[in-house]
Design a protein around this ligand. Structure first.
Ligand SMILES: [Zn+2]
Length: 440
């Protein structure tokens, strides 16, 4: 069995610029967690864990997130490595994301099989009327595990006697149900795409008792380029090609490995071009003072404790409905699956594709400007559709593209590949992707 220091040594070899910030006496801390720091990557590893001996030969799953990879980039940009991997395995021309088509809800759906209403991360920003608190993906609340429900795949893997390592995946560092993957790293914009792939390969080089059976890593550059320059931009093309090179490097590594590795590549949502002349200033249509807002952009949820204020705002917004739709909470269409009464707004306002909802009060002193692209619109818009590719030792070669399936079905697929189960309920079904798993 490896000692705690042995794992640090391996990580240090893997990522040469590491500084080790464990205790000066080199003894494990009380919780046996040792922090390994690089200038950017900030890994925390539990060094006392090993795979159960009877699991050493079990399959490995690597889950890669390409944030904001719009499904049709596969045709429009034609990234060669992603297309090669798709041909070696299975592929969907458009996986249907969960609503709202934002980063945090969909990343956590991909690893819990639950809709956002059921795993709790209803949007990137929302209010909980029971807690009387705001969740903000970009604030401290996103690190509080009590917001998150469901059984994340890394917890399932660990409870089934195997090691899971995660890199910057939403929710993997927040101790959901008090549990963690063996190694995890919180999000850092300073980690470049090559480093995000290098760490995966280094983890695969660990000895059998320490080698994770589940690994994920998160790649941000395509979403960033989409927001700043729009989905049809040269910047997005370059970001897709850079991600493609790195994923191709990982695929080549997998091909040379003797390990039973399956690679699952997903995105969380697509991307739509923004238009400066399609901004909807909601406060021009009704008095929204005192209302709390969720995200801005494609849609907003609005919250107010005074039911009369809610009804008045609804009446005004309904009367001026143009390029958007407004719903009271109890009339939100079932297709959106927004059934979390504490967290769904009193009002939901959804703009038509390409329109952008905001308010002048957010930026009172100068003209409001939108970036090149946004997401958040319903999945009925193909611009919001997401990427799904899977290939490896336990996955069939491509037959027909897989159409019309939801991202809640990725979680049971990954569990079946790994041979693990959970007693915790989830919304997805294993039946969707089961036919593409090669049985031993
Ligand atoms: Zn995203």
């Amino acid at each position: 069995m490896n000692s705690p220091r042995a794992l640090i040594a391996l990580s240090t070899i893997a990522l040469t610029a590491f500084l080790i910030s464990c205790g000066k006496d080199d003894k494990p801390k009380p919780d046996d967690q040792v922090r390994v720091r690089e200038a950017s990557l900030n890994l925390t590893c539990a060094t006392d864990r090993t795979n159960a001996p009877n699991t050493f030969e079990r399959p490995i799953v690597i889950q890669v997130s390409l944030d904001g990879f719009r499904a049709d980039y596969m045709q429009k940009i034609n990234p060669p490595n992603l297309n090669k991997i798709a041909k070696a395995g299975i592929y969907s021309p458009g996986m249907i994301p969960s609503y709202p088509t934002h980063t945090y809800p969909n990343h956590f759906t991909l690893v819990t099989g639950r809709t956002p209403s059921h795993h709790g991360i209803l949007s990137n920003v929302f209010w909980d009327e029971a807690r009387k608190e705001k969740y903000d993906a970009f604030g401290d609340s996103s690190g509080d595990g009590t917001w998150y429900q469901g059984d994340p795949i890394w917890n399932v893997v660990e409870k089934n006697g195997m090691i899971a390592h995660t890199n910057q995946w939403v929710g993997s560092e927040v101790h959901v149900n008090g549990q963690d993957p063996t190694c995890y790293a919180p999000y850092s914009s300073k980690v470049n795409t090559a480093q995000r792939v290098n760490i995966v390969m280094e983890w695969l080089k660990l000895p059998a008792e320490k080698r994770p059976h589940y690994i994920n890593t998160y790649i941000a550059i395509i979403d960033s380029a989409g927001h700043s320059a729009g989905p049809n931009s040269k910047e997005v093309r370059e970001a897709v090609m850079e991600a493609d090179r790195e994923v191709g490097r990982l695929w080549d590594f997998i091909q040379k490995s003797d390990l039973p590795i399956n690679l699952v590549i997903t995105s969380d949502h697509g991307m739509q071009e923004n238009f400066q002349d399609k901004i909807i200033f909601l406060g021009d249509k009704t008095n929204l003072s005192g209302f709390k807002w969720s995200d801005k952009g494609a849609a907003v949820m609005l919250y107010h404790d005074d039911e009369a204020r809610v009804q008045q705002a609804y009446k005004d917004l309904k009367a001026k409905e143009n390029n958007y739709k407004v719903y009271l909470r109890n009339e939100i269409p079932a297709e959106f699956k927004l059934d979390n009464p504490d967290r769904v707004g009193d009002l939901l306002v959804i703009s038509e594709l390409g329109h952008y909802i905001t308010d002048r009060t957010f930026n009172p002193n100068k003209p409001y400007r939108v970036g090149g692209g946004s997401h958040g619109w319903p999945a009925s818009n193909k611009a919001m559709h997401a990427l799904f590719i899977a290939a490896g030792t336990h996955i069939t070669k491509r037959r027909a593209p897989i159409t019309n399936f939801s991202n809640i079905d990725v979680y049971p697929f990954v569990m079946e590949l790994l041979g693990v189960t959970t007693a915790v309920p989830f919304d997805g079904t294993a039946a969707t992707l089961h036919p593409f798993i090669l049985q031993d």
